[in-house]
Design a protein around this ligand. Structure first.
Ligand code: SAH
Length: 570
């Protein structure tokens, strides 16, 4: 790229456009990656998208990205929501672009994450132009676009031998300047917004002028499948315009709402009946409309099974880095998962402490899967000869429960002792026949002392090593709002309870009038606790859990939730 002509010294440190930074400086602008996140199913994120998400310093994301898309982000990555907030306002496009450019100039690797494909009604092209103009290098990572994917998940091949040899992706919006993708129309309430106040709006000359620009004759004559994005509110107009322009009223048509998501709905009709069907079924955005003979194949080829949790929303409050397993299980069962991570774990590093020497102990106890990760980080923290699994060779290793044992196994360590349940008492029982002289309990900074006390009572010398601490993760107001209204909310530790309620109460005060600070959850939300300790914390905060897992791990929690859902029909 040709370096823009700027006299040296016009830019503050770290903000030189590519190619213009002075020699000798190591600062240079980062890249911006315009990344498609696919239509909703996290399995449809590309390998490249996942790789870039894992590496990014800054991620700017919209609302229509898969709930789990950010799970793999670095714990210290800056995550900026630039889509529509709960109140309905989105960050203006110019501001998003400015933010992106500013972060890149500061040398950060920026991922701009968009639903579907960034260049299909996603304003990705505009953003790329702004980047080019600013001299910021960028990369475009295509994504699986909703028009094709939602159709496929509904059993509709957009082309099919003998039925359709071409496919057109069309915006359903005719409002001036509205074909701009997710920030304005793709949000859940985007189409409602343009719909509700639109009675008058559509009557305005502006809209009519724009409307008449659309060549309905050409679209009607298109020899193949028509796929409409952002069209729910405009279906009536789309269908009647197509019919008036000569498209057969009896042609098959289908609507796919929340395509590829666990609660996907497909509504089959004809061009003549599609708008009425959408009204009757109360179809909401995001949805695509497919017009063409292929739409008729949905009745034969529909393949997506609905799980026992279909139609239920479940909020997950545990740390983002840990949600994936729980969210994946719930998603597979058909639930719509609301990610509301209220906590985050971070390593405690105290440079004044002597290096960790595992050989001093004849037993090391790990009390959580998190602890395992931080232990290995600590072993290899550079303050002593590099440590890995070999430095644990001569020490017995105990895991508090099966999840912790699995985390150890991922590091090549088979635990010698495993508690049956994920509570300290269970590990104490499991250790009853183990001879212990010097033990290390490696754990979170705030934890109960059941295990060290029990070992000391048996005459062992016990060191407690605080490897990590749990801190509050700020919750976006939209995540908070969705979590509060969910059918279920899951708490997997006392700290998720404390920090979620803290965030909910703070949010509740800000949105005074909606949900008061005394009612952090909707009265219909059922509270699921992973075990007795978490339940006790809930009660301390005035909340009675409706469900408590019998096994205190992810599997146990999911089983308990399933059983409850079966008892309480939607
Ligand atoms: N860049 C995106 C499209 C953004 S425009 C892409 O390539 O998919 C937003 C519109 O996309 C929505 O109004 C809706 O028509 C469609 N859309 C996005 N996600 C969808 C989904 N999961 N199911 C059905 N339609 C979806």
């Amino acid at each position: 790229m040709k370096a823009p002509e700027h006299p040296e010294g016009t830019y503050p440190e770290g903000t030189y456009p590519e190619g213009t930074y002075p020699e000798g400086t190591r600062r240079r602008p980062g890249r911006v990656h315009l990344v498609g996140a696919g239509p909703g199913d996290p399995g449809l994120l590309t390998a490249r998208a996942l790789e870039l998400i894992a590496r990014a310093d800054t991620i700017l994301y919209d609302r229509l990205i898969p709930a789990q898309a950010l799970d793999g982000a670095r714990a210290d990555a800056e995550l900026l929501f630039v889509g529509k907030q709960g109140g309905g306002h989105s960050v203006p496009q110019e501001q998003t672009q400015a933010l992106m450019i500013e972060r890149a100039r500061a040398g950060r690797e920026v991922v701009r994450l968009k639903g579907g494909d960034p260049f299909v009604f996603g304003r990705g092209g505009e953003e790329a132009l702004a980047l080019r103009e600013a001299g910021i290098p960028f990369e475009v990572v295509p994504g699986v676009t909703a028009g094709v994917a939602a159709a496929a998940y509904a059993g509709i091949p957009v082309t099919h031998r003998g039925l359709s040899t071409a496919v057109a992706l069309v915006t359903g919006h005719t409002q001036a300047g509205a074909s701009d993708g997710e920030e304005r129309e793709g949000e859940d309430d985007g189409e409602r917004r343009t719909g509700a106040r639109d009675g008058e709006r559509w009557a305005s000359e502006d809209a009519e002028a724009h409307e008449s620009q659309r060549d309905w004759q050409a679209l009607a004559a298109f020899p193949g499948t028509l796929v409409f994005y952002m069209g729910v509110r405009q279906l009536e107009r789309i269908a009647s315009s197509l019919i008036d322009a000569g498209r057969p009223a009896s042609e098959p048509a289908a609507l796919v709402e929340r395509g590829t998501l666990p609660d996907q709905r497909t509504i089959g009709a004809t061009l003549a009946t599609i708008a009425e069907a959408a009204r009757r079924e109360r179809v909401k955005a995001p949805a695509i409309a497919i017009v063409g003979a292929v739409a008729g194949l949905t009745s034969e080829l529909s393949w997506l099974a609905t799980g026992p949790l279909a139609g239920r929303t479940v909020a997950v409050t545990r740390a983002r880095a840990q949600t994936s397993e729980l969210a994946r299980r719930l998603g597979e069962l058909g639930a719509t998962v609301v990610q509301a991570p209220s906590i985050r774990t971070q390593a405690i590093s105290d440079p004044t402490l002597p290096p960790l020497n595992p050989a001093r102990y004849d037993l090391i106890c790990l009390t959580s899967p998190n602890g395992v990760g931080f232990l290995f980080e600590r072993l290899d923290d550079g303050t002593h000869p590099p440590g890995d699994a070999r430095s644990l060779a001569n020490t017995r290793i105990a895991a508090i429960g099966p999840g912790t044992a699995r985390a150890l196994a991922e590091h090549g360590i088979v635990a010698d002792v495993v508690g049956e349940r994920f509570v300290a008492e269970s590990l104490v029982d499991a250790l009853v026949d183990v001879d212990v002289r010097r033990a290390l309990v490696a754990r979170a900074s705030e934890a109960r002392d059941v295990l060290p006390d029990a070992l000391r009572a048996r005459g062992a010398e016990v060191d407690v090593l605080a490897l990590y601490e749990t801190v509050a993760e700020p919750l976006s107001s939209s995540a908070l709002e969705q979590a509060r209204a969910a059918d279920y909310i899951t708490f997997t530790s006392s700290s998720t309870v404390r920090f979620f309620l803290q965030a909910a109460r703070a949010g509740g005060e800000r949105n005074a009038g909606s949900t008061g600070s005394d009612t952090p959850l909707s009265s219909t939300t059922r509270i699921v606790s992973i075990g007795p300790v978490t339940s006790a914390t809930l009660r301390e905060h005035g909340l009675e859990p409706h469900v408590q897992a019998q096994r205190h791990d992810v599997d146990g929690l999911v089983d308990a939730l399933l059983a409850d859902a079966a008892e309480h029909d939607g």
